[in-house]
Design a protein around this ligand. Structure first.
Ligand code: M6R
Length: 612
């Protein structure tokens, strides 16, 4: 939530920060702003709306500066407005600050400051924190760095902060706890950002700032300190990321590009890990813990949103192939319960961003109680990747569209590999089936490519149903989580109400909704429950519901009952979810775009939910 960018060096800072904000806009887009030091004064420009709106208002303004910070906002405290947009200014007007996160105890601090006579221009927690910092500086007669350190010791919550001060125009001060911060190291210049996408154009050498660290950044010097003012050694890593991976490459939207990238991203995820001919699966990340996993009495999967749906698919697969009981938990619920965790329980934490606040706290809680944490993460070097004991990256590349698509199939591919590897090591899969499943999994990229050829047909279906008020998505077994995921995709980007349900549960309530206006999407490819789901389709047909079905190619029974259908290549039922989700992603995409929505930046959402 919220994207932050900073630059200090010899180049013009504004164009770099502006471009960076555009790259980070997926993190929040209700307002944007920048602060720079020009003519020895801190100047702030900010505006409700997207980064492009800010850019337009700044045409012709003298923005010359070699130091700047910028922010793109996802509102937490205070509605989206010019006043609530960041950066905020300190009472003296000399310090500007941007913030990603939430200061939970800002109200008592605000009361103290109001009692001292301060007033505020915005409703934000950020302005309160900045006022608090400057007040400490005034009262203690200390420098900004020391005042920040004192303030942060009183703060409860999450933050990534960047500050510039006209009294010290050669320095950006940054601090983080809970919200991400990457610093790119150039030649006589430094770049700061919430993730590496604004940085890779300039340098591949980066430092991931850790929780409770303060960075004092000059153009030619980077000093990291902890809150006790002790120097910390910056750990420089080399980014393995290409600029092309974060650009649209000719597609209208990142979401469409990311859907169409999936044959390649799934291939990248399997490459070097799965040898279908020999049945060799190499997951070096989890190898060290394989014995513990085999012995585990239980696996708990924690995640949010789409990643939680990947966890549900994994529940079915792990229980089938590894015979280990699996529980799938929303991280946000898990963290606030008093969960019962036994020493040696295995936690699998799934996250595209690796920065989801609820998932991070849930991991920490489980870790304290002795669980082994395996991370299934997309963003390399992210917090969850770092705090997990072991794990596997999904290798889907940067996902910019807010609706998760290629990251989801990457998660499924990793979890399928894990289940096969563990089942084989535990001998809960017979050898013949294991070899067959390895071969099946290796065919997924080609099958996904085949499905993508039906884009035009799916668009026609989208146009036919785009005005529906509600949708129901139904699936059974391995495909039940895909019904949930299909419904979530549609809700997110088309703003049409959609519910996912286990097909058999329909009779226990949702069937009351069915009439000739309700489209019902059945995920009904050939599997163990096929005849059962055909009966469910008949029940809907009898009540005049409109059936859109995802079926196996050649299934005449299902196609005849359906008003519209999308035919899928045959796939073993265990791996069917990874291909069955593709037409649902496209259906949601086309309904969203046909209704004129900005599918890459759906209202109210942000890509990375770094607040609880
Ligand atoms: O980065 P994470 O995978 O931890 O994010 C979890 C959810 O916020 C995310 O999947 C969200 O539901 C997506 N917008 C779904 O498309």
């Amino acid at each position: 939530m919220c994207g932050i960018v900073g630059y200090i060096g010899n180049r013009e800072a504004y164009p770099i920060v502006l471009k960076g904000l555009k790259r980070l806009e997926y993190r929040g887009y209700d307002s944007a702003g920048i602060a720079l030091i020009n003519d020895q004064k801190v100047k702030v420009y900010k505006k409700q709306g997207k980064v492009a709106d800010l850019e337009e208002t700044l045409l012709g303004v003298n923005l010359h500066s070699h130091i700047a910070i910028g922010h793109t906002r996802w509102a937490t405290h205070g509605e989206p407005s010019d006043a609530n947009a960041h950066p905020h200014l300190s009472p003296s007007g000399k310090i500007a600050m941007i913030h990603n996160g939430i200061i939970e105890n800002y109200l008592p601090i605000k009361k103290e400051l109001l009692a001292k006579g301060y007033s505020f221009q915005s409703e934000t927690d950020t302005e309160v924190l900045l006022c608090f910092i400057e007040d400490i500086q005034t009262c203690n007669q200390c420098n900004l760095e020391e005042a920040l350190r004192i303030a942060l010791r009183r703060i409860v919550g999450a933050y990534c902060l960047l500050l510039i001060d006209e009294e010290n125009p050669e320095t950006i001060i940054a601090a983080r706890k809970g919200s991400p911060l990457v610093i790119g190291i150039g030649k006589n210049e430094h770049f700061l950002a919430s993730d590496a996408s604004p940085i890779i154009e300039y340098t591949k050498e980066v430092v991931y700032v850790k929780d409770y660290e303060i960075a004092i950044v000059k153009k030619d010097e980077l000093v990291l300190k902890n809150l006790g003012n002790e120097n910390q050694t910056p750990f420089i890593i080399q980014l393995d990321l290409d600029l092309a991976a974060i650009e649209k490459g000719g597609y209208d939207h990142f979401m469409l590009k990311e859907i169409c990238d999936q044959p390649q991203t799934i291939h990248d995820c399997l490459r070097g890990r799965l040898d279908a001919d020999t049945g060799q699966i190499t997951l070096s990340g989890i190898q060290e813990y394989l014995e513990e996993i085999i012995r585990a009495n239980r696996i708990i999967i924690i995640a949010c949103g789409t990643s939680w749906h990947a966890g549900l698919v994994a529940e079915y697969i792990f229980e089938e192939l590894c015979r280990i009981p699996v529980e799938v938990e929303y991280a946000s619920e898990f963290r606030y319960r008093n969960p019962i965790i036994h020493l040696g329980d295995i936690i699998i934490a799934i996250s595209q961003s690796g920065e989801t606040a609820d998932t991070i706290v849930a991991i920490e809680k489980a870790k304290e109680q002795g669980a082994i944490i395996l991370g299934v993460v997309n963003v390399v070097g992210s917090t969850i990747a770092r705090i997990s004991h072991a794990g596997a990256y999904t290798h889907a590349g940067p996902e910019i569209g807010v609706a998760s698509t290629k990251a989801f199939t990457g998660q499924l591919a990793v979890l399928m590999l894990m289940a096969l590897k563990i089942g084989n090591a535990k001998k809960t899969i017979d050898q013949e089936k294991y070899q067959l499943l390895c071969k099946e999994l290796s065919k997924v990229p080609d099958k996904v490519a085949e499905i993508l050829l039906q884009e035009k047909r799916i668009k026609e279906i989208a146009i036919k149903y785009k005005s529906a008020r509600d949708f129901l998505y139904l699936g059974r077994g391995y495909n039940f989580p895909i019904a949930l995921e299909g419904a979530l995709k549609l809700k997110e980007i088309s703003y049409i109400h959609a519910e996912g349900y286990p097909a058999a549960e329909m009779k226990h309530g949702p069937i009351a909704l069915v009439d000739e206006h309700l489209p019902i999407v059945f995920i009904a490819t050939n599997d163990t429950f096929h005849s059962k789901i055909i009966s469910n389709m008949q029940e809907i047909k009898a009540r005049k519901g409109k059936i859109i079905s995802i079926i196996t190619d050649g299934d005449e029974t299902a196609s005849e009952i359906s008003d519209d259908f999308i035919a899928m290549p045959w796939m073993n039922e265990i791996f069917a979810p990874i291909i069955n989700v593709i037409p649902l992603q496209l259906l949601a995409y086309f309904i969203g775009t046909e209704n004129g929505h900005d599918v890459d930046k759906p209202r109210n959402l942000a890509k990375s939910v770094t607040v609880e």
